[in-house]
Design a protein around this ligand. Structure first.
Ligand code: F6R
Length: 243
């Protein structure tokens, strides 16, 4: 595991965007695994800048998002598809039919949708580069503590900690889902390269446990210590408790 500490969140975004640019310029039909949440927003802004400067094109890129809330349609303002459209896809030249989400609506079979998502990833040639954020409880995707390291894409119930952390994104009386479809830990580990981004002091404990904690399903991100090609990119605040 390589750990890179940057001065600012902007520098983190710059660094990761340049890795993505390098990959896509080398392999134009690359497959990216993408994350939502607050952390990658600056990265997506930087990718849009690179695209506008003609430094990269996403025309042949395929993407798989890590997760999607259960029973939230892609047009819903709270959906992760909506998020990706707003912060990235609407502003670059990606073919949206190649941008995938594990969407599962009420009445649909989550097991089948999970299996199908796994097949789509395999058919796309696997994920070349997976971008991850980090939950303050150590989750990656929505693989909450106690998730199996063998897990594939499936439905998960979110912990109260994650629901509380994400409540900032919902209005007071708005419905906040407590379940999500998520790539499994083994799905994530199958990516050829992984970049985990963490910024801000509120991630510093989780970052310390990720880098030097025991590998345990109680701390899902810790399993990344075993992946051959992981880069953890932090700002100063997120790295403040690394020992
Ligand atoms: C989002 C995801 C989550 C987030 C994590 C951190 O697709 O998979 O694991 O990366 O919850 O979220 P933020 O960046 O909002 O702190």
């Amino acid at each position: 595991m390589e750990v890179i500490i940057c001065d600012t969140q902007e520098a983190v975004a710059d660094r990761v965007a340049n890795y993505i640019k390098y990959l896509i310029n080398k392999k134009e039909n690359a497959t990216l695994g993408l994350a939502t949440g607050s952390t990658p927003i600056k990265l997506y802004k930087k990718l849009i800048e690179l695209y506008n400067n003609n430094e990269v094109t996403f025309k042949k890129t395929t993407t798989f998002n890590l997760d999607e809330y259960y029973n939230i349609d892609g047009d819903n303002i709270q959906s992760y598809r909506y998020f990706m459209n707003k912060y990235l896809f609407n502003k670059i030249d990606i073919d949206k039919s190649k941008a995938h989400f594990p969407i599962c609506l009420e009445g649909e079979n989550p097991n089948l949708i999970g299996d199908l998502y796994e097949k789509k990833i395999i058919n796309a040639g696997g994920i070349d580069l997976q971008i991850l954020g980090l939950g303050s409880n150590g989750h990656i995707g929505f693989n909450e503590p106690s998730s199996s390291f063998m897990s594939k894409t499936r439905i998960k119930t979110l912990t109260q900690k994650t629901i509380d952390d994400n409540s900032r994104l919902f209005n007071k009386n708005e419905y906040q889902p407590n379940m999500a479809m998520t790539m499994g830990i083994s799905t994530i580990l199958n990516a050829k390269y992984i970049i985990l981004i963490a910024t801000g002091e509120n991630k510093s404990d989780a970052v310390n446990r990720l880098i030097s904690g025991a590998i345990s399903s109680k701390n899902p991100a810790s399993i990344l210590q075993n992946h051959k090609n992981v880069i953890v990119i932090l700002d100063e605040d997120a790295s403040s408790k690394v020992n």
